[in-house]
Design a protein around this ligand. Structure first.
Ligand code: SF4
Ligand code: SF4
Ligand code: FES
Length: 249
């Protein structure tokens, strides 16, 4: 069963652009990325779109569909009414390169700013031992496919270019939390999260968690526990004194 679907797709580049209307064939079982590919094949051969796996695993095809940040390859056409006009726009938080492709290098910059795992100096690879519970805690965060939909959604940077320098965003605050929760990591990630990655900007609205295609509980399991550790260190006088005396180096 197929029908002619109505689409509005943003076309343009960093100097400006506009939504363009298209009518495209839709077939049973298709996803939004199939429609974008058919649009390229039949009416707009120069339409720029980034994709790779078409299986929700590479994190390349992030866009906004009817205003909601989603993966195009994981958004089934069957969730829309046949009469509905479906609007596809690029992620709003990052600079436009062309059409649906944005420059996500902000995220790579922030990734590089997180110091890597720092095991004890005398521990050789292969000698690491961890409890299963510690493995499981970080495994949830390791499901991240780096689609950057959470980064795109977070209101701290979405319409606030001026916050980008000080705020690393949910994906990289989650990375800091993952390392902080690692029993063998020796770096001090608590002050780092607050002072260098802007944890204080986060007011736990959970919008990042709502759009995560891997259903990672970013706010509940990474951001809130980090905020609790910051609060303990800064405001609990016993912990504060203990940290002054026995701080990890
Ligand atoms: S919970 Fe924090 S990081 Fe997530 S969207 Fe809200 S403010 Fe941003
Ligand atoms: S945490 Fe989720 S939404 Fe954010 S980049 Fe990773 S997979 Fe995407
Ligand atoms: S194409 Fe890989 S996640 Fe959509």
């Amino acid at each position: 069963m197929s029908y002619q679907g109505k689409f509005r797709v943003w076309r343009g580049d960093d100097s400006g652009g506009a939504l363009e209307d298209f009518t495209v064939e839709v077939n049973e079982g298709e996803v939004v990325l199939d429609i974008i590919h058919r649009l390229q094949a039949t009416q707009a051969p120069d339409l720029a779109v980034r994709w790779n796996c078409k299986a929700g695993k590479c994190g390349s095809c992030s866009a906004e569909i009817n205003g909601r940040p989603r993966l195009m390859c994981m958004t089934r056409m069957s969730v829309f009414e046949e009469s509905e006009t479906i609007t596809v726009t690029p992620m709003r938080t990052f600079p436009i390169i062309r059409d649906l492709v944005t420059d996500v290098s902000f995220n790579y910059t922030k990734a590089r700013e997180v110091p890597s795992f720092a095991p004890p100096k005398d521990l050789a690879p292969g000698e690491y031992r961890m409890q299963q519970v510690d493995v499981e805690r970080s495994q949830e965060f390791r499901k991240c496919i780096e689609c950057f939909l959470c980064q795109n959604t977070c209101h701290v940077v979405r319409d606030h270019e001026e916050n980008k320098e000080a705020f690393s965003g949910p994906r990289f605050l989650m990375r800091v939390a993952e390392l902080e929760m690692h029993p063998l990591d020796t770096a001090d990630r608590v002050d780092q999260a607050q002072d260098e990655h802007g944890l204080g900007y986060c007011n736990i609205t959970k919008c990042c968690s709502e759009v995560c295609p891997e259903h990672i509980h970013i706010t509940d399991n990474a951001l809130i526990p980090m905020k609790e550790r910051v609060a303990d260190r800064k405001y609990d006088p016993v912990v504060w004194l203990g940290n002054k005396l026995f701080r990890r180096s």
